[in-house]
Design a protein around this ligand. Structure first.
Ligand code: NDP
Length: 450
C-alpha cells in the first residue's frame, strides 16, 4: 500500500528528532511536525537553558571565594537581562542546529500541530497525510495544581526563562528536580527563596543521605524551606505582589511563584481515544518494550510514555525504534543503571540502588561513604561538605549504587555509572590508584560505614 511517508513523527523534541534523523539515515521517507519550536523541552525550555543559568549562578560563590585566593575584585553586580538574553540566544542557535540536522537528512518539517486522523493517518493543518509508521514524541508539560484558588497567578518552568526582572523574592513549590534546581539558581543570583515542600524531605526516592545533606546546606545558606506544607490559596495584593497562604505556618509573600510539581504527558487531543490507544493513569501512552503502542503502526517515545522522564532515555528510545523499524537492527533500551542528576547548589548525582532499596532487595549490603570538605572550600572558608556513598552487594562485592553530592558530582558520577554497568566490584575500585589531589579520588579510598 502506498503511503505519503514511511515515518511521520509528531513532536520535534530530543526523542522525535533523533528518531526522525536515524530513520532518514536508514533511507526512510520521513516527516516531522512541531507546533512550538524544534528542539523540544530539553533544548528550548529545560535542561540546556537551565544548565546555563546554573553556570551563571555559580559565579556568585566563585567571585565571593576569589578574594581568599588572592584576587581583588572591583564592584560586582549582576544583570539578569544580560544572562537571560545570552541564554535565549544560545537556545536560538541550538534550535537552528536541530532544524539544520533535520534538513540535511531530508526530513520534511511541518511547523504545525499534527494529530492522528485514523489508522496510518495524520492531520496537519487542513492536510491529511498517510504514513507506514507514526511516532508520538510530544513530551510533557508542567502541571498547575487544579484545586488551589489563584494557582494560575504562578508560573512554571516554561515561563521562568523569560522573566522580565530577577525577582527579589521567589516562592517555589515542590521538592523534586525543578524546584531544587531553581531554588539554587535564584538564591545564588540574589533572590530571597522560599521553597514549599509537601512532605518532610526533599527529593523523595533519592538516596536519603544526599537529600538530607542538600537540605542542610540550603538551610545553612538561609533559603527558607517549609517542609510538611502545602499552598492553600494564592492572592494578588494591591501592589501586584503575591501572598501564598499555606496549610501550616505563616503566609509567604513573593514577587514570583514557581510551580515545580511534576509534568504531565502531552497526550490529550491527539486522537488517541478515537483510535482506542491504551493509556495509563496520568494519560501516559502505554508502550511495549520496543516503544510500540497497542496499535502496531503507532509508536511513542519519551515523556509522553509511561517510562522515565529523562532526555537521554527519550533519545535512546527514538534511536532504537528507528533502527528496528527501518535499519534492520533490533535492540531495546535497558532501563537499569540510568544515572541522573539534580543541578542544585551543590549538585547531586545518582545511579543504581539507594541504601534503603538495596537493603530491601538484596540479602546483605555494605555501605561505604566519604564525607569531606572539598579542598577549594577549605581555603575559601566555606563550611560545605561533600558526601559520596557507595552501595555494595555483600554477597558478590559488586557495586549496585553510587550517590554523590558536592562540586562536579554529575561529571564524576557519569564514569561511576560505567563501572556499575560493567559489574565492577568494590575490590576493583580499591585496587585503582588514587588520582591526587582530586575529589574523585575519594571513590577509591572509601571506608565502610554500614
Ligand atoms: P518531580 O517529580 O521531580 O517533583 C515534583 C515535586 O512536586 C515533588 O516534590 C512532589 O511531592 C511535589 N508535588 C507534586 N504534586 C504536588 C502538589 N499538588 N502540591 C505540592 N507539591 C506537589 O517533578 P519536577 O516538576 O521537578 O520535574 C518533572 C520531571 O522532569 C522530573 O521527574 C524529571 O524526570 C524531569 N527533570 C529532570 C531534570 C534533570 O535530569 N536534571 C531536571 C528537571 C526535570 P512528592 O515527592 O511528595 O510527590
Amino acid at each position: 500500500m502506498h503511503h505519503d511517508f514511511d515515518y511521520f513523527v509528531i513532536g520535534a523534541g530530543s526523542g522525535g528528532v533523533r528518531s526522525a534523523r536515524v530513520a532518514a539515515s536508514h533511507g526512510a521517507k520521513v516527516a516531522i511536525a512541531e507546533e512550538h519550536r524544534v528542539g523540544g523541552t530539553c533544548v528550548i525550555r529545560g535542561c540546556v537553558p537551565k544548565k546555563l543559568l546554573v553556570f551563571g549562578a555559580h559565579f556568585a560563590e566563585d567571585l565571593e571565594d576569589a578574594t581568599r585566593f588572592g584576587w581583588t575584585l572591583g564592584a560586582r553586580s549582576f544583570d539578569w537581562q544580560n544572562l537571560r538574553d545570552n541564554v535565549l540566544a544560545e537556545v536560538d542557535r541550538l534550535n537552528r542546529a536541530y532544524q539544520a540536522t533535520l534538513d540535511s537528512h531530508g526530513v520534511e518539517t511541518f511547523h504545525a500541530r499534527a494529530v492522528l486522523a485514523g489508522p496510518n493517518r495524520v492531520r496537519v493543518g487542513n492536510r491529511e497525510l498517510t504514513a507506514r509508521h507514526v511516532l508520538v514524541a510530544t513530551g510533557a508539560h508542567p502541571q498547575l495544581p487544579a484545586d488551589i484558588p489563584g494557582a494560575e497567578l504562578g508560573i512554571t518552568s516554561n515561563e521562568v526563562f523569560h522573566l522580565e526582572h530577577l525577582p527579589e523574592r521567589i516562592a517555589i513549590v515542590g521538592g523534586g528536580y525543578i524546584a531544587n534546581e531553581f531554588a539554587g539558581i535564584f538564591h545564588q543570583l540574589g533572590s530571597q527563596v522560599t521553597q514549599i515542600v509537601r512532605s518532610n524531605r526533599l527529593l523523595k526516592g533519592w538516596e536519603p543521605a544526599l537529600a538530607d545533606r542538600l537540605l542542610q546546606i540550603m538551610m545553612q545558606k538561609h533559603l527558607d524551606i517549609r517542609l510538611n506544607c502545602q499552598p492553600k490559596a494564592v492572592v494578588k495584593q494591591a501592589d501586584g505582589t503575591l501572598r501564598i497562604l499555606l496549610s501550616s505556618g505563616p503566609d509567604v509573600e513573593a514577587d514570583v511563584l514557581l510551580w515545580a510539581v511534576g509534568r504531565i504527558p502531552n497526550a490529550d487531543g491527539l486522537g488517541l481515544e478515537e483510535l482506542g490507544v491504551e493509556r495509563r493513569n496520568r494519560g501516559e501512552i502505554a508502550v511495549d518494550s520496543a516503544n510500540t503502542t497497542s496499535l502496531p503502526w503507532l509508536h511513542a517515545v519519551g515523556d509522553v510514555t509511561d517510562r522515565m522522564q529523562l532526555t537521554p532515555i527519550a533519545i535512546r528510545e527514538g534511536h532504537a525504534l528507528a533502527d528496528r523499524l527501518f535499519g534492520g537492527r533490533n535492540w531495546k533500551v535497558d532501563y537499569t543503571h540510568v544515572p541522573s542528576a539534580v543541578f542544585s547548589h551543590p549538585p547531586i548525582a545518582s545511579v543504581g540502588l539507594t541504601e534503603p532499596e538495596a537493603r530491601e532487595r538484596l540479602g546483605g549490603v555494605r555501605i561505604f561513604t566519604a564525607d569531606f570538605r572539598p579542598m577549594q572550600h577549605v581555603l575559601a572558608g566555606r563550611d560545605e561538605r561533600a558526601l559520596y556513598k557507595l552501595v555494595v552487594d555483600a554477597s558478590t562485592d559488586r557495586l549496585v549504587g553510587a550517590h554523590m553530592i558536592g562540586p562536579e558530582a554529575p561529571e564524576i558520577l557519569q564514569v561511576l555509572a560505567i563501572a556499575i554497568r560493567a559489574g565492577l566490584t568494590k575490590a576493583q575500585l580499591d585496587s585503582t590508584v588514587a588520582l591526587h589531589p582530586t575529589m574523585a579520588e575519594e571513590l577509591v579510598l572509601m571506608r565502610e560505614t554500614g
